[in-house]
Structure formats: structure tokens, C-alpha cells
Design a protein around this ligand. Structure first.
Ligand code: ASP
Ligand code: MG
Length: 438
């Protein structure tokens, strides 16, 4: 069985939902993961923010506005009156739940419950739409099988056991529909896989049921070799390896949630990125195979902070880096890039929540310098570091661009550069002009 995931835009209005139905109903049994209709999760986040700020009046009026939007959708989506009634019941149930969360003290559990309604509504709607059109469809409640542990990491073993049970309970169907993003935590509370997490749901389910393929359907025809928002004439990439994809997704290519790759890689299940607007296009295929040598793509990740620690104590000493890294470990802050010299070490982070505490601790070890508004440029491919002249080619291509850090040789899949965000566009363009095949 294949697992197909459709994002918020793909189910964002009545026309698109009908298009998705047409697309998937080819008689081949499949499991379909859906996001909330586009804009909904943002709206629910906003409502929660007002409830945190104890501004119940604004929250209530926003809830009302969203509810009437959904009621209008019901009227357009379904033909028969009985289905329309069914649709209204779905809306009522979710909005009752949302309103209930506004009572008493607001907190994370209530927020997660509110956020879950987006996916609960979109999948319930879509299931009804499929049934109204005569397709043998069953809804699988993700809250009955998607699990995370105390560390908020996916519990694949539990998911595997649970989903097998749920599939058996609901019985035979041609099409199984389920919610992306939402899950339960170790306390059985409603929780989620973080924003954009529906892709991750699809790959976890794919791994859990040993799917033939995981397809992620969006509104772009796959990974591009450069960022189309900043550079002209980018090209779609036909094939990527899991490792190359992981680097690209982590370092800024917005098309795929970065955690998606791991379950697929571990279970060796091919992932295909497809375009709902152009379904006949082959998209990008991601497998364990490398796809020829050379540079394949570049991605950029903004909002990076560079930290430099300069210390004479580092000279000829051992254990210095360990002490530095322990500070980041203590404050649960991941490091992305590092670069060292004999008397200084530079590294980058993107989560600055604990930056003040980190700086305070680092100052015990030496002089600390912070540079904000940095961008990591991640060049990906099968790059053979030993190849003569390769580094020179990269440096030549970037002539005139001030590079703050460079990381080369850490893996054969990637070269990372750190530039000030002001120089991002220029850097992406230079790479496109000089290093990529277009
Ligand atoms: N609806 C969730 C979000 O907007 C999950 C997803 O769409 O992947 O983040
Ligand atoms: Mg997404």
C-alpha cells in the first residue's frame, strides 16, 4: 500500500478537495494523510494566543468567524441534504470543543486540543465527500495510533502496533483517510508533531505499515536545485538520496518537513514529492541511491546566530571543546555548524531562546562574540572532497562574497557556508550561475 500526504493548499477549498478525490480514486488501495485546510492552523494558533492573553472576547469573535467559514464550505462541498447535515455536525462538534477550551485557565493541553481541530475537520469532511461519491472509504483516527514519548520523539514501535489494530478494527476499504500532525503524548494527552508535521506523519505511517512508497503532494513539482523565491531559472531535481534530502530539508528547503526523511530511510521506503497542480509530472524521487556525482542543489536557512569563543586557554589544551559543547547540551540548544582554530571556535545556532544563559556560561571560558542575522547556505550533492580543484571551484564561484564560516569535508554530501543574510541572494545567484547545471 502507498501512503499519500496532501498539504493544506491541496485541501484548501472545495475545488481542490474534489481534485484530490479524483486524483486518488484510481482503484488502487491507499492510505491518505491530510493537513488542515490552509490557513486553519494559523487561525487556531491565533485564537490560542488570545486565550493565553486572557482576551476571551477577541478569541470568541475569531472562533465565530472561522466557524461560519466552515459552515459555508459544508454547503458547497456536499450535494445531498443528509451529507450537509453530517458536515454541519462535524463543524459543530469541533467548534464546541474549541469553545470549551476557553473556560478556566488556558494552557498547553487546551492549546493542543484546539490545534487538533483543523486536521479533524478536514479529514472528516474529506471522508464524507468520498462516501458521497461512492468510494469505499474509512477514516482512521490518528489520535488512536500516533504516539510521541516524553522527549517528544515519535514512538514508531507504538505507532506500528496501534495502527495495525486500528486497521483491523475499521475493516476493509479501498481508501483510508487519516489526520497528519496530531498525536497523543506519553500521558495520552492530545499533542502534535510541530508545525508542518503532516509530512512526518506520512513517513512514520509509511514506516509503520512498510508502505511501497510515501508520496508528499504539494503545490510545487518537487525539490528545486535552488530557491525559486530568490533565484531565476531553477530546475527541478529528478532524484536525490535520503542523505542529500535530509541536508536540504534541514537547511531551508521549505518543501519537506526535515524529520520526514529518517523513518523512510531506516525502512528504505522511497519518498516521492508530487505536485497536485501538475499530477503527471514525475516529481522528485528520494531513495537510498546516490544519483551521480557533483553538486545537485543549494538551500538557505535564515535566522542563524553565530557565536565565537576566543580563548588562550584553548591553546594546546584538551577538553576545551567538550566544555563548550556541554553548555549547549545543558541548555538543549542544537549546534548546526562549527569551525575551529587553535585559539577560537565559531559555531552557529538557530534556537536563541537560551542565548543569554549560554553567553553567560561561555564567558567563563573566554571572549564571546555574537553575530545575528546570518544565513547558512547548504550546498548538497555527491561531493568528493578529495577531488582536485573542487574547493577552488567553490571559492572561485563565490569570489567577492564575504563568507563568515565554511564547513567542508564533514560529509561527502554537503558544504555549508555562513554569510550575513544581506548577502544571501547574491550567494544563491552566484552558486546558480557558476556551480549548478541549469
Ligand atoms: N496543519 C499543520 C500546520 O499547518 C500541519 C501541516 O500542515 O503539516 O502546521
Ligand atoms: Mg508542509
Amino acid at each position: 500500500m502507498k501512503v499519500l500526504k496532501f498539504g493544506g493548499t491541496s485541501v484548501g477549498n472545495v475545488e481542490n478537495m474534489n481534485a484530490v478525490m479524483k486524483l486518488i480514486t484510481d482503484g488502487e488501495k491507499k492510505l491518505v494523510v491530510l493537513s488542515a485546510m490552509s490557513g486553519t492552523t494559523n487561525a487556531l494558533v491565533e485564537i490560542s494566543d488570545y486565550l493565553y492573553k486572557k482576551n476571551k472576547d477577541v478569541a470568541r469573535s475569531q472562533i465565530g468567524r472561522l466557524e461560519s467559514k466552515y459552515k459555508k464550505i459544508v454547503d458547497k462541498l456536499f450535494e445531498a441534504d443528509t451529507r450537509k447535515q453530517e458536515g454541519l455536525k462535524i463543524v459543530e462538534k469541533s467548534f464546541d470543543t474549541i469553545r470549551k477550551q476557553a473556560n478556566g485557565k488556558f494552557g498547553p493541553i487546551k492549546e493542543q486540543t484546539i490545534l487538533a481541530q483543523g486536521e479533524l475537520i478536514s479529514t472528516a469532511f474529506f471522508t464524507q465527500l468520498m462516501l458521497e461519491n461512492g468510494h469505499k472509504t474509512k477514516l482512521l483516527p490518528a489520535l488512536d495510533f500516533m504516539r510521541i514519548d516524553e522527549e517528544k520523539a515519535a514512538d514508531l514501535q507504538a505507532i506500528k502496533t496501534n495502527i495495525a489494530k486500528v486497521l483491523e478494527e475499521v475493516g476493509e476499504a479501498d481508501y483510508y483517510i487519516t489526520q497528519g500532525f496530531i498525536c497523543r503524548n506519553e500521558k495520552e494527552e492530545i499533542d502534535n508533531l510541530q508545525r508542518g508535521g503532516s509530512d512526518y506523519t506520512a513517513s512514520l505511517i509509511g514506516a509503520a505499515i512498510e508502505a511501497d512508497e510515501i508520496q508528499i503532494w504539494t503545490d510545487i513539482d518537487g525539490f528545486h536545485n535552488n530557491d525559486p523565491r530568490y533565484v531565476n531559472n531553477t530546475k527541478k531535481i529528478e532524484q536525490l538520496s535520503f542523505d542529500e534530502t535530509a541536508e536540504l530539508a534541514y537547511f531551508g528547503a521549505k518543501i519537506l518537513h526535515p524529520q520526514t526523511v529518517l523513518p523512510a530511510k531506516l525502512h528504505n521506503i522511497p519518498v516521492r514529492l508530487k505536485n497536485t497542480m501538475n499530477p503527471t509530472d514525475s516529481g522528485t524521487l528520494i531513495t537510498s541511491e546516490t544519483s551521480g556525482s557533483g553538486i545537485k542543489a543549494v538551500a538557505a536557512k535564515d535566522g542563524i546566530t553565530a557565536i565565537k569563543i576566543k580563548s588562550d586557554r584553548m591553546l594546546m589544551a584538551y577538553g576545551f571543546l567538550k566544555s563548550v559543547f556541554e553548555i549547549f547540551e545543558f541548555f538543549k540548544t542544537p549546534i548546526d555548524m562549527i569551525s575551529t582554530s587553535e585559539v577560537a571556535v565559531s559555531l552557529t545556532i538557530d534556537n536563541t531562546r537560551k542565548l543569554k544563559d549560554i553567553i553567560k556560561e561561555l564567558k567563563e571560558y573566554g571572549e564571546v562574540q555574537i553575530d545575528e542575522n546570518q544565513t547558512i547556505i547548504c550546498i548538497v550533492g555527491d561531493i568528493i572532497a578529495e577531488e582536485r580543484g573542487f574547493a577552488a571551484k567553490v571559492f572561485d564561484a563565490l569570489e567577492g562574497i564575504p563568507i563568515r564560516m565554511i564547513s567542508y569535508g564533514g560529509s561527502r554530501h554537503n558544504i555549508s557556508l555562513l554569510v550575513s543574510t544581506n548577502h544571501k541572494q547574491e550567494t544563491l545567484q552566484a552558486i546558480s550561475d557558476n556551480l549548478l547545471e541549469n
